[in-house]
Design a protein around this ligand. Structure first.
Ligand SMILES: [Zn+2]
Length: 112
């Protein structure tokens, strides 16, 4: 266990630093803050990933609809299935993105 003030190593379970006398337990809130920061960073990456998936799904959906639309050449059941799957993907990734966005807002408030 290292002292958060002077950096000297102390025996595990010590309450005060052998060198400077600072309370070693004081480093606990900082550790919690670091964990929160990591959580915020991870949530931010989840948001990015979710929105990238939703954008890709949206583009694929447009391409598929353009292909089988009234002016399109094809129009069988498989194409309709692909569109339904892409639509579900789009909604799900978009919802996940927003869910994580709200989660991040909450975590940001907790940090302040
Ligand atoms: Zn110390």
């Amino acid at each position: 266990m290292y002292c958060s003030k002077c950096g000297v190593e102390n025996a595990d379970g010590s309450q005060f630093c052998n060198k400077c006398g600072a309370a070693i337990g004081q480093s606990v809130p900082e550790t919690n803050n670091d964990a929160l920061k990591v959580q915020i960073k991870e949530t931010g990456q989840m948001i990015k990933g979710s929105f990238i998936i939703s954008i890709v799904s949206f583009i694929l959906l447009i391409v598929c609809i353009a292909n089988i639309g009234p002016g399109g050449v094809r129009g069988n059941v498989d194409d309709v299935m692909i569109i339904i799957v892409l639509f579900v993907f789009l909604i799900a990734s978009f919802a996940l993105g927003f869910y994580n966005w709200f989660k991040k807002e909450k975590l940001d408030k907790k940090l302040k």
